[in-house]
Design a protein around this ligand. Structure first.
Ligand code: MOS
Length: 739
């Protein structure tokens, strides 16, 4: 069943409306909560006319810093990175200070959503304003250099002697690239439903991490984690904005406690832009220096970005550059300043998707100066080991990806001189880039229960953010136990289940898939043990090694067969339960001694078509080939690749969050913030090498989610250069930049 292109098990429920999302759970007596956000970037609230709003029809209460519950602050530094991961360690409504536009400053509670929205829009707030730090370029003059990213990787790294190697080099490229701020825009906005029953709290929340969200709620309300149940059965996408824990998830339970009624807190699309992170704008300075033959001898990547006053997110654009190619002399710096913007957070391929736009553009510029083919330049600088720490990659087949991708695309037909390929009056350009993303794996646990009907229920506190987690976990469990996947029932999205990892860092399939696989193997051994020792069993007294389970049947080499549930029935128990867990694998755990570097790779080839007069860009085709271990479900995998590639397309051509001089976002809706529609996307071809990586996970898969978004923006920019001779170093590449 591993490798089968099964349709998603939740598909019928989703298309029929039967899959309930957070805010769809009916509760007759719930109040609606709408957040009031600060309109200023810095200062103090001096007055709030809550009385007038409370007199409005349907409005029952306004909660504000004067009457809010005091919650327990996070431990300094935000807490244990794995057990307690808030997007920012800030708790709203605790005082009158304002640190950014959009900060939550009050909650309006009403009997209907419309009454709450109207009330929130009418609340008059008086501020004492202070000058806010909003100049993103200020970081070029004044910055700090943090030691580590939240994965433990070092953000500042030097090897060899970059300066000297650069001075001795024959060809040098030195350029600056900019990727603007972006917002995640998952289809389903976030929201929270909170219900108190005495000392117990149930929270429905649209999150990429039920376990982390449960822990954060429990911490801030000073509760035992087992008294909080966090549920997220279905999630309409996250892309990172639902990865860590955000303050609005505290406000619903706070309001519900104050009102002694369930509260349904709804974030609007506008609220989403400032309430749960964004990709911060990044300025990147890249230097690549090589000899005449394209051996890159020196590289430098300096990342300039910002974090907020309230939280520390360090967009890590240079991490990939430091390890992707075998460059002996390298300098990587990450520099940030603190500004009065909402806290940034990871967004699909954080650092990788925007960082490789810069790196892969610079490589294309170097190839041009050398008169060398861009694919050949990358192959020449192949790294078999991670140059940062010298650890060999568990597997790095990026050269196979280049070659296979080039063949599929027809790269040999490319004219390397810009502006030379024409078709139907349009300029055609071909460009390529490397895709890469780390392979992460976190620990967790599962409970597997086999009942008297032969149905296996697998429970773990992970969640399906729309990627197909229900389906692939079922395939893995069925495969390991030896039963049809129709006999497996996957139960996730509930923090009461054994602990599971975040759906972040593209790691849930490798992490949870591994312990579900070993758990199912354990259950299989348990069943065989029982079968040979149950006196009424047809297998009684047989050698364990001669028994196996296939298609739901326990069978011996001698030809005896029976359904596995017979073992459960003879056991005299309602069900047989097995638990299993895995810790973080050696080599990934922060600060542990590692044996291998784990990384996935790919190559993206793009054809663009540009209207020379109008600058209109279309992308007729994209071909990508990936090396990321074994594929559990090719159908769902393709969906992930397509989604990622479209994300990269969007970064290249459409997306930018625009702030005005007051720090307000002016395009905070899907009319003004552009994302692609079906009509924008043409041919996408994806191939996977598919060789299992058993050094990394039990099933040999490394994870998919984010890598599809990596490399695409660089490949598109390179193709546009090949079409037009114009090198655009600021995203998005809009037609005004080409005219
Ligand atoms: Mo992701 S940006 O790790 O949800």
């Amino acid at each position: 069943m591993i490798g089968e292109a099964k349709i998603r098990v939740d598909g019928p429920l989703k298309v029929s409306g039967g899959a309930k999302y957070t805010l769809e759970f009916p509760l007759d007596d719930s109040l609606y909560a709408v957040i009031v956000k600060s309109s200023i970037a810095k200062g103090r609230i001096t007055d709030m006319d809550t009385a007038s709003v409370e007199q409005m029809p349907g409005v029952v209460k306004v909660i504000h810093p004067g009457n809010a519950l005091k919650l327990k602050p996070y431990p300094t530094g935000g807490g244990d990175a794995l057990a307690l991961a808030p997007g920012e360690p800030f708790i709203p409504l605790q005082d009158n200070n304002v640190y950014h536009v959009g900060q939550h400053i009050a909650i309006v509670l009403a009997e209907t959503l419309e009454d709450a929205q109207l009330g929130a829009s009418q609340l008059k707030v008086t501020y004492q304003q202070e000058p806010a730090a909003l100049d993103k370029e200020h970081v070029l003059e004044e910055f700090f250099e943090p030691e580590r990213y939240n994965t433990g990787e070092e953000l500042q790294h030097e090897r060899g002697d970059f300066r000297q190697a650069k001075n001795n080099a024959e060809v040098v490229v030195e350029e600056e690239y900019l990727v603007p701020a972006e917002n995640h825009n998952p289809m389903e906005p976030a929201g929270t439903l909170a219900i108190w029953q005495g000392e117990r709290l149930t929270v429905y929340d649209s999150t990429q991490g039920v376990d982390n969200a449960r822990n954060c709620v429990a911490h801030c309300f000073g509760m035992k984690p087992e008294n909080v149940r966090l549920l997220a059965y279905y999630i309409g996408g996250g892309f990172g904005c639902k990865g860590f824990f955000w303050p609005h998830t505290l406000l619903a339970p706070m309001a519900a406690k104050i009102m002694d009624r369930p509260v349904r807190l709804v974030l609007s699309r506008k609220d989403m832009y400032t309430s749960m992170g964004h990709r911060p704008e990044v300025i990147q300075k890249i230097t690549l220096a090589s000899d005449r033959n394209g051996n890159i001898t020196a590289g430098e990547h300096i990342t300039y970005s910002y974090t907020s006053i309230l939280g520390a997110h360090y967009e890590p654009c240079g991490l990939t550059s430091a390890k992707l190619y075998a460059i002996p002399n390298f300098s990587m710096r990450h520099r940030y300043t603190q500004l009065n913007y909402p806290t940034p957070t990871p967004m699909r391929g954080p650092g990788e998707s925007n960082g490789t736009f810069a790196l892969e553009s610079a490589l294309d510029e170097l190839a041009e100066k050398l008169g060398m083919d861009p694919v050949a330049l990358r192959i020449r600088n192949y790294a078999a080991a991670n140059p940062v720490d010298g650890l060999p990659y568990s597997s790095n087949k990026v050269r196979e990806c280049y070659r296979r991708g080039a063949a599929l695309f027809g790269w040999e037909n490319r004219n390397k001189l810009p502006g030379k390929m024409l078709k139907d009056g349009q300029l055609i350009g071909h460009g390529m880039a490397t895709a890469t993303y780390p392979a992460y794996r976190a620990g967790g646990a599962c409970r597997l229960t086999l009942n008297q009907d032969g149905i296996l229920t697998a429970q773990t506190a992970i969640q399906d953010i729309g990627t197909g987690t229900y389906t692939v976990m079922g395939q893995i469990a069925a495969d390991a136990l030896g039963i049809p996947s129709s006999q497996v029932n996957v139960e996730i999205g509930d923090s009461d289940f054994p602990v599971g990892p975040l759906s972040g860092g593209s790691m849930v399939t490798a992490s949870a898939g591994s312990y579900i696989q070993t758990g199912a193997q354990k259950l299989k051994n348990d069943l065989i043990d029982r079968a040979v020792s149950q006196q009424k069993s047809p297998f009684y007294g047989m050698q364990k090694e001669t028994l196996s389970i296939k298609e739901g049947l326990l069978q011996s080499r001698t030809g005896v067969k029976e359904p596995i549930q017979n073992v459960v029935q003879r056991s005299g128990k309602k069900e047989i339960v097995v638990e299993d867990s895995s810790s973080v694998i050696k080599g990934f755990a922060f600060g542990q001694e590692a044996e291998y570097a784990y990384q996935s790779f790919g190559a993206v080839f793009v054809e663009v078509s540009v209207d020379a007069d109008l600058g209109v860009i279309t992308i007729p085709r994209i071909v990508a080939v990936y090396d990321l271990g074994k594929i559990i479900n090719p159908k769902l995998a393709d969906s992930q690749f397509y989604g990622g590639i479209i994300f990269g397309y969007s970064m290249a051509l459409l997306e930018a969050t625009e702030f005005n001089e007051k720090g307000q976002i002016v395009n905070h809706d899907l009319a003004e913030y552009h994302v692609p529609v079906n009509a924008d996307i043409n041919d996408l071809t994806v191939e996977v090498l598919g060789e299992p990586d058993y050094k990394f996970s039990e099933h040999g898969g490394r994870g998919i989610g984010e890598i599809g978004a990596v490399g695409v923006a660089g490949a598109i920019a390179n193709a546009i250069y090949n079409a037009t001779g114009k090198r655009i170093r600021q995203l998005p590449i809009t037609l005004d930049k080409l005219m």
